[in-house]
Design a protein around this ligand. Structure first.
Ligand SMILES: Nc1nc(=O)c2c([nH]1)NC[C@@H]1CN(c3ccc(C(=O)N[C@@H](CCC(=O)O)C(=O)O)cc3)C=[N+]21
Ligand SMILES: [Mg+2]
Length: 296
C-alpha cells in the first residue's frame, strides 16, 4: 500500500492569502476601500489569545484593517451587545467575529444573532445558516469552507461521493454536511451515538473528522484510497511530559497508510480556516460596496 498524499493546508492557505492580498490592493487602488475585520475576545483564555493574535497578524499582512476588542471575562451581556452594535454601525468594519466559546454567563446565540448578517464572517448567524441550508447566497463558516476548497482541489468534482462527517456541531459538522450536499455528495452525519461508527466511516470516500477527541479515528476505519480531512486540533501532553503537542481527531500514523490523501495537524485545516476568514471579510466588503466579488 502506498502512503497517502499530504494535503498541505499551510501552503494552500498561503496561496489563498496571496490572492486575497492582490484583490485587497486593487480595492484600495480602484475604490479607496480597505476591508476591515473586527475580532471581539471576551476573557483571557490563552489558546484563544494565540489564535486571535495570528488572525490579526494575517489580516494586516493581507492589507486589511484589523480591529481587536478585548473585554474582561466578567463583561455583561449588555456591554457585549453594545460593542457588537457599535461594530455593526461602523462603516470601516466589514467583518465581525466574536470569539467562541464565550464565558458561561453570556448567551452566545443571542450575541451571534445580534451581529449584522452582512458582517457575520463566521457564518454563524441564524440567517446565514438558513441561507446556506436553502442554497442561497450567504457567508459560509470558515472551517467547512476551507475543507471544501481542499477537497475540490484534491478530488475535482465531488458529486456522487460517499461523505461521512463525524461530529454534528453548528460550527463545523452541520455546515460541512450542507456544503457536501450542495456538491452532490451522499452525506452521512455520524456522532457519538452512531451505532456502528467504524462501519459507517468505512463506506466513506470522504471522511471529515470534527469531534474534538484526540486520534479517535484509527486507520482501520478508513476505506483504502479515501480522502481524510482532519478538523480536530487537540492539545495533548507530550510523551516526555514536557509541554504539549497538537494532534487531530484522526490517528495520522495509521490513517496515512490507508488513505489516498490526508490533511496533517497542525498545518492542515487550521491555517485554511484563517485564510477563509480573510476571504469572507473581502467578500463582505465587496458586497457592502456593490463591487463584484472576486473569484478566489
Ligand atoms: N467565532 C469563532 N470563530 C472561529 O473560527 C474560532 C473561534 N470562534 N474560536 C476558536 C476556534 C479555533 N480556531 C482555530 C483556527 C485556526 C487554527 C490554526 O491555524 N491552527 C494551527 C496551529 C496553531 C498552533 O500551533 O496552536 C494549525 O492547525 O496548523 C486553530 C484554531 C478558530 N476558532
Ligand atoms: Mg459532536
Amino acid at each position: 500500500m502506498t502512503q497517502a498524499s499530504l494535503i498541505d493546508g499551510k501552503a494552500f492557505s498561503a496561496d489563498l492569502r496571496g490572492r486575497i492580498a492582490t484583490h485587497v490592493a486593487r480595492l484600495k487602488e480602484e475604490h479607496g476601500i480597505t476591508p476591515g475585520l473586527a475580532v471581539v475576545l471576551v476573557g483571557e483564555d490563552p489558546a484563544s489569545q494565540v489564535y486571535v493574535r495570528s488572525k490579526g497578524k494575517q489580516t494586516v499582512e493581507a492589507g486589511m484593517a484589523s480591529f481587536e476588542h478585548k473585554l474582561p471575562a466578567d463583561t455583561s451581556e449588555e456591554t457585549l451587545l453594545a460593542k457588537v452594535r457599535e461594530l455593526n454601525e461602523d462603516p470601516a468594519v466589514h467583518g465581525i467575529l466574536v470569539q467562541l466559546p464565550l464565558p458561561k454567563h453570556l448567551d452566545s446565540d443571542l450575541v451571534i444573532n445580534s451581529i449584522d448578517v452582512a458582517k457575520d464572517v463566521d457564518g454563524f448567524h441564524i440567517s446565514n445558516v438558513g441561507l446556506l441550508a436553502t442554497g442561497q447566497k450567504s457567508l459560509v463558516p470558515c472551517t467547512p469552507l476551507g475543507c471544501i476548497m481542499m477537497l475540490k482541489a484534491e478530488l475535482g468534482d465531488l458529486s456522487g461521493k460517499e461523505a461521512v462527517v463525524i461530529g454534528r456541531s453548528n460550527i463545523v459538522g452541520k455546515p460541512m454536511a450542507q456544503l457536501l450536499l450542495a456538491e452532490s455528495c451522499t452525506v452521512t452525519i455520524a456522532h457519538s451515538r452512531t451505532a456502528d461508527l467504524a462501519g459507517t466511516v468505512r463506506r466513506a470516500d470522504i471522511v471529515v473528522a470534527a469531534v474534538g477527541r484526540p486520534q479517535m479515528v484509527p486507520g482501520e476505519w478508513i476505506k483504502p484510497g479515501a480522502t481524510v480531512i482532519d478538523v480536530g486540533i487537540n492539545r495533548v501532553p507530550k510523551e516526555d511530559g514536557e509541554g504539549h503537542r497538537l494532534v487531530g481527531d484522526v490517528d495520522f500514523a495509521s490513517a496515512k497508510e490507508v488513505a489516498g490523501a490526508i490533511t496533517p495537524v497542525p498545518g492542515g485545516v487550521g491555517p485554511m480556516t484563517i485564510a477563509c476568514l480573510l476571504s469572507n471579510t473581502l467578500t463582505a466588503c465587496c458586497r457592502a460596496n456593490g463591487i463584484p466579488e472576486p473569484e478566489l
